[in-house]
Write a protein that binds this ligand. Sequence first.
Ligand code: C2E
Ligand code: CA
Ligand code: CA
Length: 784
Amino acid sequence: MTGLLGRGAGLALVVALAALASFTGVLRPVDDALASLRFDLVRHPVSQTLAVVEIDASSIRAAGQWPWGRDRFARAIANLQDAGAETIAFDVDFSARSSPAADAALRSAIERRPGSVVLPTFVQALRVGGAETTTESAPLGDLSGEALLASVNVPIDSDGRVRSYRYGFGDAGAYRPTIGALLAGAPIDNRGAFLIDYGIRPDQILRLSFDDIHNGRFDPARIKGRRILIGSTALELGDEFATPRQRAIPGVYVHALAYESVLAGRALRPVSPLAVLVAAAGAALLLRPRRAGSIPQLLRRHGFVAVAALGVPMTLQAVYPVVADTAVVLFVQGLCIIWSTREELARRARAIVEQREASLLHLALHEPESELPNRRALLNQTAARIEGNPDRPLAVLAVGIDRFATMRGAIGYRRFNEVVRQVATRIRDASGEEMAAHLSTSVMGVAISADTPEALLAKVNSIEAMDPWLAIEGLSVDAFVRIGVAYRQGPDDNAELLLENASIALDRAREMDRRTVTYDQDAFADPTLNLALMSDMLRGLEAGDLALHYQPKAAIASGRIIGVEALVRWTHPTRGPIPPDTLIATAEETGMIRAFTEWSVQQGVADLKTLLAAGHEITMAINISASLLADRDFRKKLLAAAAGCERNLCLEITESAIIRNPGHAMAAIADYRAAGLKISIDDYGSGLSSLAYLKMIHADELKIDKGLVVNVKESARDALILKSTVDLAHSLGMSVVAEGVETDDVLAVLADMKCDVVQGWLIAKAMSLPDLQALMARPVRRAA
Ligand code: C2E
Ligand code: CA
Ligand code: CA
């Protein structure tokens, strides 16, 4: 009956128990109680065709003795017949002999109207040699000659009550109807039984005292045409029975009620227990616990079944002569209540367990402080994606909030948590992914997938271009993030490996002071490979495999190309194109950056001289790594190489390189500027930019990072920062270069802001020196 058993098995068990209860009769007391209740409520009137003549206490007192002489009965018969009684039946024991004279008187009274007097017999079952026969105790002698005989047997139930009544006893040879059936004119030969309808009230039956009849003190009109039943009601005669409604009722009234039952067609038949059992099974089906059932619904069903179990038998019994014992339906209802209760308790227990499991799972998959999914959750998600679609381009990103310890110190732990949550939201918004995980204090992770490698790259770029400014409780916080990216490249790249690689890439980004670093198996996995790459690079420098390409910078006002930025290009003989980021990062790590930069300065200056000789009056910008900026030896070499064209040479230095060691950086900047070189602050706005800081650096040019430029159309806040930066730079005497300009829209906004110079794919990508020369030879095309 519990969840262990299926619902079908539970139902079968309930029905089996109901059948057992029904057939063993354990529910009998309940059915009996219900039956008497029905007899109380469902009444039927008497036919008024029968009168009971009571041999009551006063009759016995009047006679002064018992048993009576039969002449007393003879006189009563004569009086009743004279009054027009139809049939006169006796429920009186005539087996004892009285005086011959009295017997004769009775016989002659009977013979006056042959067949109109009924005398009682008592049938007893006898076992003779294993076979059952009946014997009748009716030693009436010659009394019975003209009288009819009828049995006064009454079957008594095991609890001592009289419920049923028979039509007759014996077999075809010796049939004896019962007195009630005979009076009611029931068909002869019916040996069946029926249930007396106790809804018929005995007190409504006309009653007369024997003494009054004997003495002729009665209204003959009341007797005329009636059937008369004579029997004792005096307590001392002890002819009493218990019934479902009465504690004790004289036997004569039992016969009278049986008579009324037959006459009125109220000889009740029990409804088959099997039919009731079917109804009980139906109730079990209706009341069985259901998965989606509400409690009020179940209560309504129980109410319906209870009302039906009580009401249907009542109505049936009122209309038809049938008795339906429906205790088994109530029993089934009880079983179903137990069943439902157990199911409900089990369900609650399960719910508690499930809830606990869910909260444990939540704990296992979430960072307690930020409530964000944790590393495990990200790994699960990534693994599921790889399994679901192994060929779909996928990348795992580790996104670290820069200088978080300082920020946390400044704004407090609680607000820092809010920073983490907001950055996670931005990552989700920017990538369109549903989940950004919290991997460690300041690092978040996200798995990104897209239909094509290009779309994937675009998503990574949009994370890179995320707005770093957050509003935390009214404070404006600059949550600059660095990003480590690991692209899935083959079947061996599982979730763990990708996340680890992304984290390594993020570490590199921090070490190298870069915004985004992509994990590179060859460069990162094995340090000896880095060394190999660097010796390849040195060889490449000698062999001329490395080249500087030049990306034009155009003045917005004139549309003229006023300068170029030198960007390295290297196609490795076996590994193909090496991204400049990787090359520079590896060179910085291995200490090869010095050799590389010396080469780039040599090469850049040589190309600059070529351009100047061809009459192109431009400035060439060369990127200088932070580590070399304050190096005296390098400075000496650079100034020597630049001799003669100092005024056309510009050094791009990242803002973060300056912030890292401001004292030395500013001294170096001053030295270079004193020698006539220009200084450009690169990637402004990508880090922890501060306008106040800008005032302390004396530079010629400010290059606004592409991250800030790309968003200028969409983000009013970025536009505001850009505009105020342009204004401040102008007021400090710097010209402003916007890099990463890809569209006319952006160019128009920049022009509005009075930005001086633009650089980006809209103007041109980086190109070889001959291509640049060809471009510069063409007539000027106004950019704006
Ligand atoms: P950077 O100094 O910020 O260089 C600008 C980067 O932006 C270049 O990437 C350039 O190709 C790219 N770019 C130019 N216009 C657009 C545009 O409209 N949209 C977009 N999305 N990107 C644009 P590149 O060549 O891959 O160089 C990456 C970085 O590598 C450079 O960033 C610079 O930090 C470093 N680098 C490149 N060449 C050298 C070098 O010779 N020396 C040193 N020290 N660093 C170099
Ligand atoms: Ca640059
Ligand atoms: Ca830049």
